[in-house]
Design a binder for this molecule. Structure first.
Ligand code: HEM
Length: 528
């Protein structure tokens, strides 16, 4: 650094002499311009030297060699979670890849996950927003993509405290009950025939979420089918690797046409939101004083109240609706689908879960949400499903706002950081028989998913932990408990259970879970 300070002194003295010359000329304007540009030049030079010095001294994590220009892109396996796990076996718990112009860092140990998500939480609480994500969320105005700062805090507060708090969720039980009972009626109508459980679950969760968002009043009807289509398009586009992300300089050419497709899908969503909001505003005008208990009503009130330093705008409102619909549906419905698949693969465990339901609820009664806290075995089933099949196996990638030391290596500013939760959840040094589906491991042990234990992180940890944990937990438990309590499930004749995974923005079953229901409850009236 001696060299650095010598050069610094020399630049300063040169700047001073230019400034004095300017004084002699008594040219006020030239003097100011000279001073400002010298200072700007000096700051730029100093920042550059400082970065150069830091990058020369940086020690980057190990990783596989890539090709010039494209780096490791040509070697990526589409099943990223298993590919990263294999690389970690060779390169260790922190490794680096180059994806075009981007640096990716993969973390695969609880100790290093803790360094990222707890010790350096503020630095890593940012996101490297994909181009498609930005387009889908009104320029990245939602919770998931907004950079860490006052705007993100305001959105999170609205979401977690006002919308998804336990009190607010309790107040909306009747809406969830209406949708879950509708699902039971529909499945009862298909008794003896194959049911595509993934599709059924997705639609039910979508209806639950949309009715909590804006279905608290009968006049605004559910737009289930239209939404299902658009959510499918958006999650597919979000999960497709995009050249525009790896080579930002090429983003304007949209070489794969993904940005154009996303714009079209986002526009469909926006039209639905516009329609729903317009209908609601008309309703509020026509029925002054009417009490409507849903999120849309609360969000519109918040928007009108303003009052905070960070205003809550109509675009924020729509971006939040988008977060709830896209972030809550696929994650929760896939987790329930995995649960059914694992239970069908292990009949003894299915029987124990159903026996618990018989004891707590009884075959002469419908299941209510109030039964859920008493279903300890089923809670262990949920934890075990989230261990083996975490919905977001690499979390949502984090992005450091400045270079940071993790495990003795430098993670450069702006890197895309993946925490391979899927691999941590299957690490044999942490879990006995990690590949076995065994809910008993969660019975009588204090494992929870609050993000304090870095061996078990299905919802992430730290500032960016999932904003919808209590809602996800309630919907998962209510749906799974209802399906197991109301029906017995068999595989269609001559079919085999397949537990293969398919990586995407959400980890899915490679083949849909199809099963045949038969009634369990004591009388048909319980299915109406
Ligand atoms: C089984 C269900 C669910 C699972 C497993 C899950 C998991 C996750 C994970 C792993 C993250 C990323 C955490 C990180 O980056 O460190 C996340 C973020 C998020 N989740 Fe969930 N989630 C579920 C359900 C929901 C629901 C029901 C909602 C809302 C209705 C929701 C809303 C969000 C939002 C808004 C974020 C972004 C948080 C932020 O960036 O600050 N999630 N979720």
């Amino acid at each position: 650094m001696t060299n650095l300070s010598e050069r610094l002194t020399s630049v300063l003295s040169q700047a001073w002499s230019w400034w004095s010359e300017g004084l002699n000329r008594k040219d006020e304007w030239a003097r100011t311009a000279l001073t400002v540009s010298s200072l700007a030049l000096f700051i730029m030079w100093f920042t550059w030297i400082n970065k150069l010095y830091k990058s020369r001294n940086a020690r980057y994590p190990p990783g596989p060699r890539g090709l010039p220009l494209v780096g490791n892109l040509p070697f990526l396996d589409p099943d990223l979670h298993t590919y990263f796990a294999r690389l970690a076996d060779t390169y260790g718990p922190i490794l680096k890849l180059r994806l075009g112009k981007k640096v990716a860092v993969v973390v695969t140990s609880p100790a290093l996950a803790k360094q990222v998500l707890k010790d350096h939480d503020t630095t890593f609480a940012n996101r490297d927003v994909p181009v498609a994500g930005k387009i889908a969320t009104y320029g990245g105005l939602d919770i998931a993509w907004t950079p860490y700062g006052p705007e993100w805090r305001m959105l999170r507060k609205v979401c977690v405290r006002e919308m998804l708090s336990n009190t607010s969720l309790d107040g909306m039980y009747s809406l969830r009950k209406r949708e879950v009972e509708g699902m039971v009626r529909e499945i009862h109508g298909k008794v003896g025939s194959p049911v595509n459980l993934g599709e059924q679950l997705f639609l039910t969760i979508l209806n639950i979420i949309t009715s909590m968002l804006w279905g608290g009043h009968e006049r605004i009807t559910s737009l289930g089918t239209e939404f299902k289509e658009v959510v499918g398009e958006i999650t597919k586009l979000l999960g497709t690797p995009n050249v525009s992300d790896f080579f930002p300089g090429l983003a304007r050419y949209d070489l794969q046409g993904l940005d154009r497709e996303m714009r079209a899908s986002a526009l469909k969503f926006d039209r639905i939101f516009e329609y729903i909001i317009e209908e609601r505003l008309k309703l509020i005008d026509s029925e002054k004083g009417v009490e409507i208990k849903d999120f849309l009503h609360m969000l519109l009130r918040l928007k009108d109240e303003g009052g905070t330093n960070t205003p809550f705008t109509m675009k924020h409102l729509k971006a939040l609706l988008m977060d709830m619909v896209v972030g809550g549906t696929d994650t929760t419905s896939n987790t329930v689908e995995w649960a059914i698949a694992e239970l069908m693969n292990k009949r003894e465990t299915m029987r124990k879960a159903q026996e618990e339901l018989e004891t707590v609820v009884g075959l002469d009664s419908k299941l209510e949400e109030s039964h859920l806290p008493k279903l300890h075995y089923l809670q262990a089933v949920m934890k075990e499903v989230l261990r083996l099949h975490p919905a977001l196996p690499l979390l949502v990638p984090h992005c450091p706002s400045s270079a940071c030391d993790i495990g003795g290596y430098t993670v450069p500013e702006g890197a895309r950081v993946f925490i391979n939760v899927w691999a941590i959840h299957r690490d044999p040094s942490i879990w006995d028989n990690p590949l076995e589906f065994n809910p008993e491991r969660f019975l009588n042990v204090k494992w929870d998913f609050s993000g304090n234990d870095f061996n078990y992180l299905p919802f992430g940890s730290g500032r960016r932990i999932c904003a919808g944990i209590s809602m996800g937990e309630r919907m998962f438990m209510y749906e799974l408990a209802t399906l197991l309590h109301s029906f017995d499930w068999e595989l269609p004749p001559n079919s085999k259970l397949d537990l293969k995974e398919k990586f995407g923005i959400v980890l899915k079953k490679a083949t849909p879970m199809i099963a045949i229901p038969s009634p369990r409850l004591s009388k048909p009236a319980l299915y109406t």
